[in-house]
Design a protein around this ligand. Structure first.
Ligand code: PHE
Length: 341
């Protein structure tokens, strides 16, 4: 009875366990054989009945063994029928993201200027009229304040300087820096800016700038030129031409726009440079003394220059991006091209 019980509780899940079962109950050294051997010592009268019972037990053990064998066999073949692992197959591609081209170029611009002593400054994207325009000498009726260009967030009828808007350039950070820091000031300010433009291949209502400012004693136009020559040399192909073209900004005097020889056609003429061979990459100039004074710094003692450029434009020239919309459409076929740069 104890052996019936034991067999009933037996569970066989592997070849090894099957073998254990066989050794214990089936083999000639097993417990059942042992019991058969014991029959000899039983009185002849009882031997027949006991022998029949032992035969029943033996058959029971055999049935179980057959069943377990079959189960183990089935397990084995189903494991074998699974396709073999091919160790030469390529792994599943690792779908991590890539750096956005605008981030790559922003990082590069920051790196170039940090190496020549500029630090990075930051400021609000939602700004008052004063910091975006007023302090920068924009006359009250300047068209840039017009609803066409600027996204106004809130109007203040009692004081238009407090009108709130989405900044149209990162020059607001220059004002905030000069207000709270004494010269020398040597900073760049990368950031997002907004202008009310219809989205097309050439314009977007949101884009990125890096502006820079250097205020100290005896900073002159030569320093401006040296700094921007250095930047262009570091950023673009060797042999890139650069030219300064007189221009106008309310907050700089004199002002200049900076053109470089077209990176796409090498100056021969293409659609990007509109067949002129030159593309504008930045605005710049000597900070107007009035702007310096607006921030509580003495313009008699301190002078400086400022510049500003669009990251989208620099990226376009560096990587031949012919449609601004590509930057914001998140098409991975576009974005993946910048992998590993
Ligand atoms: N703030 C100007 C713009 O957004 C760029 C600029 C900056 C020009 C500094 C001159 C000096 O167009």
């Amino acid at each position: 009875k104890a052996i019936y019980e034991e067999i009933n509780q037996y569970n066989v899940a592997s070849k090894e366990e099957l073998e254990q079962f066989r050794m214990r109950f089936i083999s000639r050294k097993g417990v059942i054989t042992e019991l058969f051997d014991g029959l000899k010592t039983v009185p002849a009268d009882d031997r027949r009945a006991l022998g029949q019972e032992l035969n029943g037990l033996k058959n029971f053990a055999q049935e179980r063994f057959d069943l377990f064998s079959q189960q183990v066999e089935e397990q084995q073949t189903s494991a074998n029928s699974a396709p073999p692992v091919d160790l030469t197959l390529p792994t599943i591609p690792n779908l991590t993201g890539t750096q956005h081209p605008l981030s790559l170029v922003r990082q590069r611009i920051i790196q170039i200027f940090e190496r020549i002593g500029f630090n990075v400054a930051d400021g609000p994207e939602i700004e008052s009229d004063w910091y975006n325009f007023g302090a920068l000498n924009f006359p009250d009726n300047h068209p840039a304040r017009d609803m066409q260009d600027t996204f106004f967030v809130a109007k203040d009828s009692s004081n238009p300087s407090n009108d709130m808007l989405l900044r149209t350039h990162t020059s607001n950070v220059q004002i905030r820096l000069m207000e709270r820091q004494k010269p020398p000031i040597r900073s760049i300010m990368p950031g997002r800016v907004y202008r009310n433009e219809t989205i097309s291949a050439r314009a977007h209502c949101m884009f990125h700038q890096v502006e820079g400012i250097y205020i100290d004693r005896n900073v002159g136009f030569k320093d401006l030129k040296d700094t921007l020559y250095h930047f262009v040399k570091e950023m673009f192909e060797p042999g890139t031409q650069i030219r300064f073209r007189p221009s106008y900004f309310p907050f700089t005097e004199p002002s200049a726009e900076i053109d470089i020889s077209c990176q796409i056609c090498g100056g021969k003429g293409c659609n990007i440079c509109k067949h002129s061979g030159w593309v504008e990459i930045a605005g710049s100039g000597m900070v107007d003394p009035q702007v310096i004074a607006n921030c509580g710094i003495d313009p008699e003692e301190f002078t400086g220059f400022a510049f500003g450029m669009g990251i989208e434009r620099i990226t376009q020239l560096k990587y031949v991006v012919n449609d601004l919309r590509l930057y914001t459409e998140n098409d991975v076929r576009f974005l993946r091209q910048f992998e590993g740069l």
